[in-house]
Design a protein around this ligand. Structure first.
Ligand code: PMM
Length: 251
């Protein structure tokens, strides 16, 4: 199972509190993750914290592109966490290999065709709307069935746009338009997501449904959840603490 390390280059990220909000700090943290054995570094310049406002394209570029250019020199695999086709394209040209789109192609009508043209692996996450609105969108008849069927629609759209099946990775989007019980229901039915036939990525790290007020205090729960998911056939986890996840998986 791969460990994707989170590198949020944002002043308002919900889990790392924006501690890596400048170039030097981001590069430093990335090198730490490399030393800890990270498989992929996921670089994002736009917070998706519930309630967060969007950042401009120029702001997003300025945050992520210099960091990607610098880290590409180390040869590490990089994913770009963006909803914008233009940012995805610039990031791939700067040395990233994978596009991680939390909107599954819904936020930017140009994203899926851009990903297809770039021939880059594409992570399609389940999403219902921008952070500002997402709490009100957490309404489901049956969360597992609904998320699977909405993900199926995104898979069809991606394939129609020319992304090949071997390039697609799916993610149920824990915490995105989902309350705590929705997240646990998805985790309890993770085998149904694995059965969809695509690699499954899970991003639970330090999210609110794990309890407590302070994200740092959710680390033990995050590791325990990764251990639980490690026998489910998922492809990878997107986490803040690479070293402890690598250790937990080795054990
Ligand atoms: N979660 C966040 C951001 N990007 N990408 C994927 N594929 N899956 C996720 O669950 C996900 C993501 C928000 O979390 P953060 O602010 O801690 O990075």
């Amino acid at each position: 199972m791969i460990v994707m390390g989170i590198l949020n280059v944002t002043p308002d990220s919900f889990a790392d509190g924006g501690r890596h909000n400048d170039f030097e700090a981001a590069v430093h943290r990335a090198h730490e993750m490399l030393a800890e054995g990270v498989d992929i570094i996921d670089i994002g310049g736009e917070s998706t914290k519930p309630g967060a406002e969007r950042v401009s394209e120029a702001e997003e570029f300025g945050r992520v592109i210099p960091v990607i250019k610098e880290l590409a020199k180390s040869g590490v695999r990089i994913s770009i966490d963006t909803m914008r086709a233009s940012t995805a394209k610039a990031a791939i040209e700067a040395g990233a290999q994978i596009i991680n789109d939390v909107s599954g192609g819904l936020a930017d009508p140009g994203m899926l065709t851009t990903a297809a043209q770039l021939q880059a692996p594409y992570i399609a996450m389940h999403w219902r709307g921008h952070s500002k609105d997402m709490n009100s969108l957490a309404v489901y008849d049956d969360v597992v069935k609904d998320v699977i069927s909405e993900l199926q629609e995104r898979i069809s759209a991606a394939l129609d746009a020319g992304i090949t099946k071997d390039k697609l990775i799916i993610d149920p989007g824990l915490g995105f338009a989902k309350d705590a019980q929705h997240n646990w229901d998805i985790i309890d039915s993770i085998d149904q997501f694995v059965a969809m036939g695509y690699p499954v990525l899970i991003g639970a790290s330090r999210k609110r449904f794990l309890g407590g007020d302070n994200p740092d205090e959710r680390e033990a729960a995050t590791i325990r959840l990764t251990k639980r998911l490690s026998t489910s056939g998922i492809w990878g986890v997107r986490v803040h603490s690479v070293k402890s996840h690598k250790d937990a998986l080795k054990v």
